[in-house]
Ligand binder design. Sequence first.
Ligand code: HAM
Length: 423
Amino acid sequence: MAIQIPRGTQDILPGDVEVWQYIEKIVREVCSTYQYKEVRTPIFEHTELFQRGVGDTTDIVQKEMYTFKDRGDRSITLRPEGTASTVRAFVENKLYGQPTQPTKLYYIGPMFRYERPQAGRMRQFHQFGVEALGSNDPALDAEVLALAINIYSKLGLKKLKLVINSLGDNESRTAHRDALVEHFKPRIGEFCSDCQGRLEKNPLRILDCKKDRDHELMGTAPAILEFLNEESHAYFEKVKAYLTAMGIQFEVDSTLVRGLDYYNHTTFEIMSEAEGFGAITTLAGGGRYNGLVEDIGGPETPGIGFGFGIERVVMALQAENTSYPTQEGIDCYVVAMGPEAELKAVQLLNELRQNGIHAEKDYQGKKMKAQFKSANRLQATYTAVLGDTELEQQVINVKHMETGEQEQIALDKFIEYMKKVTQ
Ligand code: HAM
């Protein structure tokens, strides 16, 4: 039996890959206008990075990581997300010492989570993310959000909803944490064993539980926004004011809980409201993570960022019927008949390509008629026909496929001619 692809992964084939390249192109262009620079980190890291970075009590670390021992008996994990790796690279390469701060980075690449696959949820998926490190300015929170929205709107997505929340600073979080323990403790026996473990370690995670999400205590749990101290409240107000100033619409949802432990202050998600998008509507998620750089061994440095799944953007583009580039046709198909014409055709084809002209020929010994068929299949704008007679007269017959117009061009003028007509 033929070997099949692992569950939760996919091949992105020609015909589909064009939309990926298009998304990546827009992402890079927008990042450049906002002055975010690309960083490329390894696909695997020491397991401890994610235990410390993403958090020991999260589903990602407890259930979803691809962790294995390498031949040197080290515990290695395929990265489940990009923030921890980016922060490690920031610390390890001492980017905090560079004169321009904050350090604004972005990444695009595969991430791995052992989840139950369904539409929009893969085991290998691709994330674009940004991380801005070294500033506590709420304007930066708003900038990161604006960048995400700007990418989506450049791609033509319209049916979006931005939901924001604040987890506040440590003091606010501790007050909220205590209230959560008090809320859940008397009836914790009714919750799953994971939640029972979470009660003392990290009660906020209970609110993110997939098994117990319908328990009546979930809806009545104390909301973080009521526990924000003055400073955290003022910070959140500023973020909202900046968003409003930029004309970015948002909803505040005090029940928004993210699946990773490193957040404080601003957290957010962007959902697709397109009909037919599917059950999982979150396109992007992110937030502020002051404290993470210290946790990973660096100097005290605030940070904020977000990540979005490229698979989900592709789904959203399809759900909104947005137009995007698909496979393109070629400029010229060179039809050659006879061994000498073949020799010349190979030379001409190479010259066409050197001049930036998209060109192709037959490699399967096809007859003339079949070669024209191939030209049509490749959506060639022109065909250039070279047989023994043409070669003798040092000419080539160029045909515009759509109009049917033909011209005989001197062989030594052919490249110049093609350059002119394909400009
Ligand atoms: P996250 O919410 O775990 O956050 O993931 C961000 C986005 O990645 C999701 O909204 C979704 O689009 C995509 N995604 C996640 N898991 C899957 C999956 N199994 N299949 C397909 N797409 C998926 C983070 O990863 C944080 N590092 C974001 C961040 C950056 N926060 C601060 N900086």
